[in-house]
Ligand binder design. Structure first.
Ligand code: GAL
Length: 353
């Protein structure tokens, strides 16, 4: 029997181990962020998506934008998401990209308030699932997010709203509230073709999914606020395809992945019908490939091209949660998602409809 502990085994081969570890670190860093003779960083350039793999920004740092959403503005995509650290959450990060593969960090779009402990967004609060929309009338960008107040766990269940003149921010916090008095946790925003915007949110301890039409300036909910269905769903991701509204949601198991469902409706107000018990196909489809929906992105300039975006949460180290980006496939009556190890946007050119 070999009674050496991993520690003594490590010590025995420590020099060799150290050398190979250094070699690995040096190889990785030279791939991730090479410096040329002028000292400029030349990070890896992506030309495809690898769902679930480590994904570095153009500075060679891991992308830190969880539970996120994306808008297209000024000829760029902007990706907003939770900036996660080991314990605290510092706010909402934003990245920009022209090709959806390579993302430039633009810093914090909305920072927690570091000085005023009475602020709704005082350091220690949680700002989850941020989504941004643009208001054509006011020319403002509006960020909505799920807000939990500092030191109150998940009991506040509020929506927060922030505003900016520029897509990348910085955003100014406006207010937080329970929409029409309802609890509000996981959420999404949706702007319809007529410019009306909606807040879709998990309410009533996540047993109810509700929809509220926003005011014309998108800064508040109107009282047009109704129950979509009551079956304990969260992580709503809404998209419109051929005049129908589709809604992907997850079950409610915290950070642990579960099965997604797809609902469909002719009107946002319903009735919403179950369209697929599970719109995911392929390996690990029963747990949404280990992820949870956050957003469906319509690809600019491509007809009927949508990317399903999910978070593969790592609750032990939330910033190391991975991103799952997969194409929504539309070659059958019911949209679905299939697993792909690696894919490119040209997938949509070849896709049958
Ligand atoms: C999930 C939710 C996440 C986060 C998490 C906390 O159900 O989708 O956004 O709030 O719970 O446990």
């Amino acid at each position: 029997m070999n009674n050496s502990t991993p520690y003594t085994r490590f010590r025995a081969g420590s020099l060799q181990g150290l050398i190979s570890m250094l070699a690995v670190i040096m190889t990785c860093s030279s791939v991730i962020a090479q410096k040329d003779s002028t000292g400029t960083t030349n990070p890896v350039t992506y030309d495809s998506f690898s769902p679930g793999a480590l994904w570095y920004d153009t500075n060679g740092e891991l992308i830190n934008a969880h539970g996120g959403g994306i808008i297209y503005a000024n000829k760029k995509y902007y990706w907003f998401g939770e900036k996660r650290g080991r314990s605290a959450q510092a706010g909402v990060n934003v990245y920009s990209s022209q090709d959806l593969y390579n993302w430039k960090p633009e810093g914090l779009a909305l920072a927690a308030n570091e000085t005023d402990t009475t602020s709704d967004i005082a350091r220690g609060c949680l700002m989850e699932r941020p989504k941004v929309i643009y208001n054509e009338k006011t020319k403002k960008y509006l960020m909505w997010f799920h807000l939990e107040l500092r030191r109150q766990g998940y009991s506040a269940a509020r929506a927060g709203v922030a505003i900016s003149d520029k897509p990348e921010g910085p955003y100014t916090f406006l207010k937080s509230f329970r929409p029409n008095g309802n609890m509000s946790r996981d959420m999404g925003l949706f702007v319809d073709d007529d410019g009306s915007a909606y807040h879709i949110y998990s309410s009533d301890e996540n047993y109810a999914l509700r929809l509220a039409k926003l005011t014309d300036d998108y800064t508040a909910p109107t009282t047009r606020d109704s129950l979509l269905f009551r079956n304990h769903r969260e992580a709503p991701a809404l998209f419109k395809y051929r005049n129908k509204y589709y809604l992907i949601t997850s079950g409610c198991t915290g950070w642990t992945p579960n099965k997604a469902t797809l609902h469909v409706a002719n009107s946002l107000w319903g009735p919403w019908q179950l369209s697929a018990e599970n719109p995911m196909k392929g390996p690990a489809a029963e747990t949404t490939y280990g992820g949870q929906s956050t957003f469906v992105l319509p690809v600019r300039g491509k007809k009927d091209a949508f990317i399903f975006i999910a978070d593969k949460w790592n609750p032990r180290d939330l910033k190391d949660s991975r991103y799952l980006w997969l194409p929504v496939q539309l070659d059958t009556e019911t949209p679905y998602v299939n697993w792909l190890d690696k894919w490119e946007l040209k997938f949509f050119n070849a896709a049958k409809k």
